[in-house]
Design a protein around this ligand. Sequence first.
Ligand SMILES: *Cc1c(COP(=O)(O)O)cnc(C)c1O
Ligand code: SF4
Length: 374
Amino acid sequence: MDQWRKDIRDSINDVETLERVLGVPANEVRDIVDRYPVRITPAVLKMIKEKGDPIWKQVVPTSQEGESDSACHSGDPLHEEKDSPVPNLVHRYPDRVLLFVTNQCPIYCRFCTRKRFVGSPGMLTPDELSQVVNYLSARTEVRDIILSGGDPLMVADVLLERILGALRAISHIEIIRFGTRVPGTLPSRITDAFCAMIKRYHPIYMNLHFNHPDEITPEVALACNKLADAGVPLGSQTVLLAGVNDDPTVMKRLMQKLLAIRVKPYYIYQADLVAGTHHFRTRVETGLKIITALRGHTSGMAVPHYVIDAPGGGGKVALLPRDVLWSISDKEVFVKNYEDKIISYPQPDLQGGAASWAEDLQALSVIAQPFLED
Ligand SMILES: *Cc1c(COP(=O)(O)O)cnc(C)c1O
Ligand code: SF4
């Protein structure tokens, strides 16, 4: 058996093991885990230093996932299902598409946008793949495809190669990207054989998922180096998470450490409005303050785009401190997307009171003004 398969087998994936290894009472989280599965790989378990630390918070289930607030009620806040012309494919933007190849992931992040289906059995069937290929063959405007899920690197090399071969047979597809958390959480998956296979399908890009500097261990660095040596340009995607990385010092360290392992920071995402994840949300001011703390203070290479994936399928909107439309209400901000559409992003409750909010706005040099929703 491959080492990475053994690592999956040896992961924590039930409440009894969770109780035995991490001391989380099984009864407190049994209902949650029935709905939203748990998996913690040996590599991630080693990153946890103490109960409740930033790694723990990302992977250990809590009863808060059973709560919902009025903004975070949807299983599919980005309306991915509405924008899906054939099963498993999301076609939202003019020239690129997103393909779900499996529901499996190396770990089940408690804040996941796709909490509605990750961890359930299922991967792209040969029949579904041919529907996708038929659709894409007729869409000559599509030049970029992103393999996602779940995590596409959970699929065996031979099956992945079948998908890559089918996509490479479509001449107008110029680039293939992977969105994956595997190198940072199941580094044993990045074998020499996998790297040799990937090289045959270039140009391949990978956007890796990292949220905290403690995730960059020597074995993770080695996996990233192997991919970079195989000629795969590496980017990172980070989700801004309360209690994990909502701090400029932590974020700066993460971005710098990513560059040191040849991963170029690409996106920091504002948390989506996903049912069962409200406790991870931060206010938009927090993200803007992080960008302000990065820009100019460290390598420009270390500064990603800070984006809101606009609720309802509006697409990603990059936020710069002066491009947010501030309403006089502390309950929401408005963002303008690439089609000049104005969309409301409801904010979690203000913690520090009106005076602290006024201070934040002043520090960001913005003036709140009455704003009409159209
Ligand atoms: C994020 C995303 C993409 C890719 O967007 P980029 O900004 O090009 O990285 C494509 N399709 C969908 C549906 C997405 O959510
Ligand atoms: S690896 Fe990605 S898709 Fe899987 S649970 Fe984590 S955030 Fe969701």
